[in-house]
Design a protein around this ligand. Structure first.
Ligand code: ZN
Length: 322
């Protein structure tokens, strides 16, 4: 039976797209690796941020809805997305995110599972964290040379997604018995689960029986996608999820990967996503994210779509300017 590798990508809901771009590419220093539209609402953007190569395990994506309703974290949603950095990077990040031009709202420094952590939220309310760990030096990751953040301190992909749930039992059984994750530790009331490649990010869960139910919207995570290997691995995982009594969608072609969605017993929307073909399937690596990319069935409407979407300005030089 195939097991999931770790986090593939995380998708959240944001507000204004330029503010989103300025924060995640300009302040956090990620690369915009894909500029596309929400396939369910092509008049709005879908923006993808990752390492230089757009690797699974580093990719945070957003649906920006400038007039969208504010969401609320609580039980049954990913309430925080944590990135990892190399040791001796948190002072840099603490200074950067507390700086006069920063759009971050810094919360606190502490420790988790023995590693130093800095928690903060982004401009539209998404809760984020940066964890300093030796593991960050071991993972597959490529620095982004046009990033405003120096290479040694760059965010090196996900460390974990954290969710609170009214009861852990159903989710725990699903992730260990069906998705092949392993329960690898406890820190206070938090439980940590790892896939076959722990460096690409953990799932961390905490039971919160009294917690208010989350409500999706601006500033919250929409779903977390797990690395599901190739297409045949994904099919077998999909069948296992169905056999477990859940309702996975058919395999959906997202061009950069193939996707299956289902809601886990605690309420979090999970996706299975293949490693291939990746973000260079429809544009060259050198200029990823610089132009609007549309799925083929929307190409005929490109002029109309471009007219509706606000222009975006990259906070770093383009491949032409660099
Ligand atoms: Zn997704």
């Amino acid at each position: 039976m195939p097991s999931i590798g770790g986090i593939h990508h995380v998708t959240a809901v944001a507000g204004d797209p330029q503010e989103n771009l300025d924060f995640y590419a300009g302040e956090l220093g990620l690369r915009l690796v894909k500029r596309s539209v929400n396939q369910d609402d092509p008049t709005t953007y879908h923006l993808f941020y990752a390492d230089r190569e757009g690797r699974p395990g580093t990719d945070l994506t957003f649906f920006p809805f400038p007039d969208g309703r504010r969401g609320r974290t609580g039980a049954g949603i990913v309430g925080e997305v944590a990135f990892q950095v190399r040791p001796d990077s948190l002072d840099y990040w603490s200074d950067r995110l507390r700086g006069p031009d920063s759009e971050a709202d810094v919360k606190q420094r502490g420790e988790r599972f023995g590693d130093p952590v800095l928690t903060f939220s982004g401009p539209h309310g998404l809760d984020l964290a940066i964890v300093e760990t030796e593991q960050a030096t071991e993972r597959e990751w490529t620095a982004w040379e046009r990033s405003p953040v120096p290479e040694q301190h760059q965010l090196r992909g996900f460390h974990a997604v954290r969710a609170r749930e009214t009861s852990l039992e159903g989710t725990q059984t699903l992730v260990t018995d069906v998705l092949g994750m392993e329960h690898v530790g406890e820190d206070g009331s938090w439980h940590r689960y790892a896939g076959t490649d722990p460096a690409s990010g953990y799932l961390e869960l905490r039971a919160a029986p009294q917690a208010q139910r989350a409500r999706g919207g601006r500033g919250t995570v929409h779903h977390v996608a797990w690395r599901a290997g190739d297409e045949s691995d994904e099919k077998r995982l999909r069948e296992a999820v169905a056999d477990h009594g859940l309702n996975p969608t058919d395999v959906i072609d997202r061009f950069w990967f193939r996707s299956v969605y289902f809601r886990e017993p605690g309420g979090v929307l999970f996706e299975l996503a293949t490693e291939e073909p990746g973000f260079t399937a429809d544009e060259p690596l050198e200029s990823l994210g610089e132009r609007l990319v549309l799925p083929p069935w929307l190409e005929d409407d490109r002029d109309e779509i471009e007219n509706v979407l606000a222009d975006l300005e990259l906070p770093y030089p383009t491949s032409q300017e660099a």
